[in-house]
Design a binder for this molecule. Sequence first.
Ligand code: SF4
Length: 239
Amino acid sequence: MTTPTYDGPLTGALGALQRRIVACDACPRLVEHRRRVAVTPPARHRGSAYWAAPVPGNGDPHARLLIVGLAPASHGSNRTARMFTGDPSADFLTAALHRAGFASQPASRHRDGGLTLRGAFVTAAGRCAPPQDKPTPAELAACRPFLAEELRLLTKVRVVLALGRIAFDGYLRAVRQATGVDGIGRGLAFGHGVNHLLGEGLPALCCSYHPSPRNTNTGRLTASSLDAVLAAVRARLDA
Ligand code: SF4
């Protein structure tokens, strides 16, 4: 299987970073997984062309909101090549982003489906789909420099929304790596609706449960509770 190349809309240093991400094969277990699921898809995706490569971030290069997820889903972003696109998590999150004014439409089913993020950029702690949605600590550490570099390049970000505890921890580790300040965010707790101020010059950090079916089908995360988090994000951006 040939590794695809980045041909998204981002240019300059962000575009160059996305090209490096897409070409990465540093984690053997994930390289094997992202390709294997592409050749053994479930019936609902049989005949689909899979991306089967690292998924780059996407969105507004002047974003004031940065959304950090866990990692691509095997049959979601790993298939469509776009973060939070083509699976139930994407449906849940994109509808909420649309209600909050951060997305041009309520669904993100295909990479070229016409969605534009408004003042927001979506990325993740890991860029390759992991088995059972569980990247190892070593895989997350290997991927962290990509997030740290995005943090350095997305200079307008004022609020970060971490979707789930792994995204929360991954973001804080990336901030430490990007700034070289080891004490940032140590001891902070993750919780749905919890907000943290990390210090002068750093974005506020807001938390939500991840919009995976595991959370949305059990009622742990509801549309109204995600709307409340995004309303708080909006208020913070508008303040
Ligand atoms: S998870 Fe990150 S570091 Fe590992 S292969 Fe994918 S892009 Fe590279």
